[in-house]
Design a protein around this ligand. Structure first.
Ligand SMILES: Cc1cc2nc3c(=O)[nH]c(=O)nc-3n(C[C@H](O)[C@H](O)[C@H](O)COP(=O)(O)OP(=O)(O)OC[C@H]3O[C@@H](n4cnc5c(N)ncnc54)[C@H](O)[C@@H]3O)c2cc1C
Length: 477
């Protein structure tokens, strides 16, 4: 190891630790490895302005802590953390890796602050997370900017626009990576590699393998650079896969959102206050089944199952102020008929759907904060809570599309973040961190702020273990 020295691309000496990707997991690995004395090169596929992957869209991270602190309102201990994870995954989790994640997240906020992160008290409207999740001041973009600054100061070499195309892996041992930058192919050798290149959700062709043509109507909430190329290369080179390839985290977002990178502001949180109809102006699911934070992640899939993967959330004046507004204003009309015309739905059919819904609502005491007793009777599908007649103009409509957050397919790893090969042995110098391995821990479901926890914990483990490998190997040679 050239302790203390900064690497330079193209020097004859191999890099100690090559990090592929430029999001949270990658930067955590890079900073950790560099602080342990290794030469580190980060290859980020995106240009500098779009660096930071999906991590730059995030707002918070969940971590273990014994007591309240400057931003968290109370303790969050291992048993509760573990129970929360069990609930959302329905038990589909690797308990050893999950517990490693939970334990290693203990007070990780302090480490993050030492590396440039600033936190803020949780935002209004997300109060249910104020005890468990720490919010980044300025969001994920500010966090990533701070990490890049710290990494540069530490002497991590960063190459942007560096799309890694292939890895040379011989008998499970990483040798070199080939990347393309400005149309030129380059090869870089390294003693160890940390692959932190996210999921494959931005690869519509790959999504189409599981979703058919419906995938063409999906909107990708995050970076267009997470195309899963490294995931494919690792799997093709004998890495064991984890996670259901058909599973993805998908929410209902505004259909007017850009195809990629719309981020958090395109999410729509009004579904439970009105009705949702498909292209035929027909309702298809109980909009009030449960609290929205417990249901929002099923609506992407529900919309994906409708013709043309489009749906419309319709509310009236009574509900317009009950949810966090999205970036797009609603389509507004004085009558249901006029709204149907503006949404390009059949006015007769929409009027009929709303009439039937209104007639089925039973008087109750509306309470947006409780599972209230405003229900429908004799209607299919029913609406179990917050069912109030749509009778107060103006009426509002939002077009909905499936918004894909991330995919679940990944590579198996051990507690040292080493990639596991198909014969069950760990690849000695290939480490994985972040979304590319989160399927080990999140077999299904999701809990807010946990993607960043996994990336932070496993990024740090991968960085540390990669350096251990380099040191052990140099001693042996
Ligand atoms: C809108 C939105 C909001 C979210 N909010 C939260 C939240 O508040 N809290 C939370 O915990 N999680 C949140 N998530 C999930 C979170 O973003 C991910 O769990 C996390 O960012 C994953 O980090 P990562 O480093 O593994 O991947 P990413 O941050 O996506 O980084 C992957 C990196 O790899 C690079 N890359 C990909 N392929 C290549 C290649 N071939 N060569 C070189 N580089 C490559 C990409 O350019 C990118 O820099 C959110 C996601 C979205 C989309």
């Amino acid at each position: 190891m050239r302790t203390g020295a900064s690497p330079s691309v193209g020097s004859s000496e191999p890099i100690d630790v090559l990090v592929i990707g430029g999001g949270n997991a990658a930067l955590c690995a890079a900073m950790t490895a560099r602080e342990a004395g290794a030469t580190v090169l980060v290859l980020e596929g995106a240009p500098r302005e779009f660096r930071g992957g999906n991590s730059r869209h995030t707002r918070n991270l969940r971590y273990l802590h014994d007591s309240a602190n400057a931003v968290l309102t109370g303790p969050y201990k291992e048993d509760e953390f573990w129970e929360d994870l069990l609930r959302v995954t329905g038990g589909k989790t690797n308990e050893d890796l999950a517990r490693v994640t939970i334990r290693a997240s203990n007070n990780v906020g302090a480490w993050m602050e030492q590396h440039g992160c600033k936190f803020q008290p949780s935002m209004r409207g997300t109060l249910h997370l104020s005890r468990t999740n720490a919010f980044f001041l300025g969001g994920g973009k500010a966090l990533m900017n701070a990490y890049y600054l710290t990494a540069e100061r530490l002497g991590v070499l960063i190459q942007y626009d560096a799309d890694v195309r292939d890895l040379a892996i011989v008998d499970g041992h990483f040798v070199s990576a080939t990347y393309e930058t400005a149309g030129v192919a380059r090869t870089v050798e390294a003693r160890a590699v940390v692959v932190a290149s996210g999921g494959f959700q931005a690869n519509i062709d790959w999504l189409r393998e599981y979703w058919g043509e419906a995938a063409d109507n999906f909107i990708i909430r995050g970076t267009p650079f997470d195309k899963g190329r490294m995931l494919r290369v690792l799997l093709d080179n004998g890495a064991q896969s984890v996670g259901d390839p058909r599973q993805c985290h998908a929410v209902a977002i505004d259909a007017r959102a850009p195809k990629f990178d719309g981020g958090i502001v395109t999410r729509l949180d009004c579904v439970s206050f009105g009705i949702v109809v498909n292209r035929d102006a027909v309702r298809f699911y109980d909009e009030g089944e449960d609290f929205w934070p417990k249901r929002y992640a099923i609506w992407g899939r529900l919309v994906a199952q409708q013709s043309d993967q489009i749906a419309y959330s319709i509310i009236d004046a009574k509900s317009i102020d009950l949810f966090m507004p999205s970036v797009f204003p609603p389509i507004e009309a004085q009558s249901i008929r006029e709204l149907a015309e503006k949404l390009e739905l059949d006015p007769d059919l929409l009027e009929k759907t709303v009439e039937n819904f209104n007639a089925a609502t039973r008087p109750g005491t509306f309470d947006a904060g409780e599972l209230d007793d405003c229900v429908t009777e004799g209607l299919t599908p029913p609406k179990s809570h917050w069912a109030r007649p749509l009778d107060s103009p103006p009426f509002y409509g939002y077009p909905l599309r499936p918004g894909i957050t991330f995919t679940y397919l990944g590579v198996a790893v051990n507690e040292r973040a080493q990639v596991i090969l198909q014969d069950g042995t760990p690849a000695p110098n290939i480490f994985a961190a972040g979304e590319i391995m989160s399927g080990n821990i999140l077999g299904q479901g999701y809990m807010a702020g946990f993607g960043m926890t996994i990336g932070t914990v496993f990024g740090r483990i991968a960085g540390k273990e990669a350096v251990h490998h380099v040191i052990d190997n140099l001693k042996g040679s």
